[in-house]
Design a binder for this molecule. Structure first.
Ligand code: NAD
Length: 428
């Protein structure tokens, strides 16, 4: 089996780190909500931060010790939920930020989950499948009392996939002495996965963006789309934008960016990518441009669906899109937010825009617990209802507080978590 390796973005000293970026938005929202200092402290502080040693006998017989992390940011609204990433750049600050983002994201779409994130500091491209399986199983065994369908439910993230989820599910099941599919999401359908999970995030990006386009009176036929990243999120979003009648004029991936003013045939681009090792290298249905040029193209919608920290204070002043649809997590730095707001660019924040993924993960967990599985149509209809409600709630909150959608989404999420916390009360 081929193992897909994706470089996760290293934290840059010169840029805000993800935790700072998250906190910058959290602070603005908490201030507007007039959050009491005690509640502020409570919501800011991750509930648990766990570091585990993962000793593995490598294929050559030597023993190596890897470091694994799991941060539970908050679980007042339900079991914590969040992915696991394998990368040499994984560190506690990044995991803490991503765990908090999960709390806010689950609250924005109003699903009964808290937020968590995990990772193992390792270089998957240097590891064999046997070594990866050992790392995954030992990481799971070390966190046995943390994970659980009612406690903490992991999912795939950078460099982890349905095979890794299968190993986690199996290891956990062996220890609890019964098959427990609901302990992880992102599994293959024959192992308790949900229909539509693969498409969920990209489809969700387009569901939410088209709601905003409608509010802004934009006709899909006159809407030019630029998509950064052509992996799971970016390629599905491109396909869905094309399906609703928009013209995708530029796409990109790690091999470069490709522009065609007449529109790119997305089905062809996906077929090309799949035939040529998963990248668009030498794709000739458009002119090759740089990644910076792509972000600054004249278009109506820019959908960054690749990495963190792509729209910064350096390029925010040059972005020409009317809407930025954040398919990726954290593609815009906190410093870029006010520049975009001043220029009247509507940003659909990541915690709303890419929440289709976690919503269908929630559906997977529900279906596993019922032992009854829905059709793809059922999944997408329910997804559309949840995302439409979330979009309307974010818009209403933004209007009430006279803020942009990012701060509106944070206010909505923090308020929902704080209300739950207050009604439950503080134990102790
Ligand atoms: P992926 O690995 O499938 O795709 C990533 C894409 O980004 C690839 O096409 C890669 O070539 C491209 N890329 C890498 N470096 C690039 C660069 N410098 N310039 C342009 N493109 C570059 O990952 P994915 O699952 O599509 O996730 C993308 C983003 O969406 C991440 O931020 C992820 O956290 C976020 N996200 C994903 C999901 C999901 O369900 N997959 C859910 C929520 C958020």
């Amino acid at each position: 089996m081929e193992y897909k390796y994706v470089e996760s973005a290293p934290i840059k000293a010169t840029d805000q780190d993800p935790f700072e970026s998250m906190m910058a938005r959290f602070d603005v929202a908490a201030d507007l909500l007039k959050l009491e200092p005690g509640i502020y402290q409570y919501l800011k502080t991750p509930m648990r931060q766990i570091i585990v040693a993962i000793p593995i006998q490598m294929d050559d017989g030597n023993i190596e010790v890897f470091e694994g992390y799991r941060v539970i940011h908050n679980d007042v609204r339900g079991p914590s939920k969040g992915g696991i990433r394998y990368s040499p750049h994984v560190n506690l600050s990044e995991i803490k930020a991503l765990a908090a983002w999960m709390t806010w994201k689950c609250a924005v779409v109003n699903i009964p989950f808290g937020g968590a994130k995990g990772g193992v500091k390792c270089d998957p491209k240097m590891l064999t499948m046997v070594e990866l399986e050992k790392i995954t199983r030992r990481y799971t065994a070390n966190l046995l009392e943390v994970f659980g369908p009612d406690r903490d439910v992991p999912a795939p993230d950078v460099n982890t996939n349905e095979q890794v989820m299968g190993w986690i599910m199996d290891t956990y099941s062996m220890h609890v002495r019964h098959t427990e599919t609901a302990v992880v999401t992102g599994k293959p359908t024959f192992l308790g996965g949900s229909q539509g999970r693969v498409e969920a995030t990209g489809k969700g990006v387009v569901m939410v963006t088209s709601s905003l386009m409608e509010k802004m009176g934009m006709n899909p036929k006159d809407t030019r789309i630029v998509v950064q990243g052509f992996g799971n999120v970016g390629s599905i979003a491109s396909k869905e934008f094309e399906a609703i009648g928009c013209k995708v004029i530029a796409i990109s991936d790690v091999s470069g960016a490709y522009y065609n003013a007449k529109g790119i045939d997305i089905k062809k681009a996906i077929a090309y990518r799949d035939a040529y090792g998963g990248v668009l290298e030498n794709f000739d249905a458009g002119d090759k441009i740089t990644n910076d040029e792509l972000l600054e193209l004249d278009c109506e919608v820019l959908a960054p669906c690749a990495l963190e920290d792509q729209i910064t204070s350096k390029n925010a002043g040059k972005i020409k899109a009317k809407i930025i649809a954040e398919g990726a997590n954290g593609p815009t730095t906190a410093k870029a937010d006010p520049i975009l707001a001043e220029r009247g660019i509507a940003v659909i924040p990541d915690i709303l825009c890419n929440a289709g993924g976690v919503t269908v993960s929630y559906f997977e967990w529900v279906q596993d617990r019922m032992g009854y599985f829905w059709t793809k149509d059922d999944v997408f209809n329910r997804l559309n209802r949840i995302l439409t409600e979330a979009f309307e709630a974010v818009r209403a909150t933004s209007e009430k507080y006279d803020v942009n959608m990012r701060i509106g989404a944070y206010i909505l999420a923090i308020d929902r978590v704080a209300k739950t916390l207050k009604i439950r009360g503080i134990y102790g």
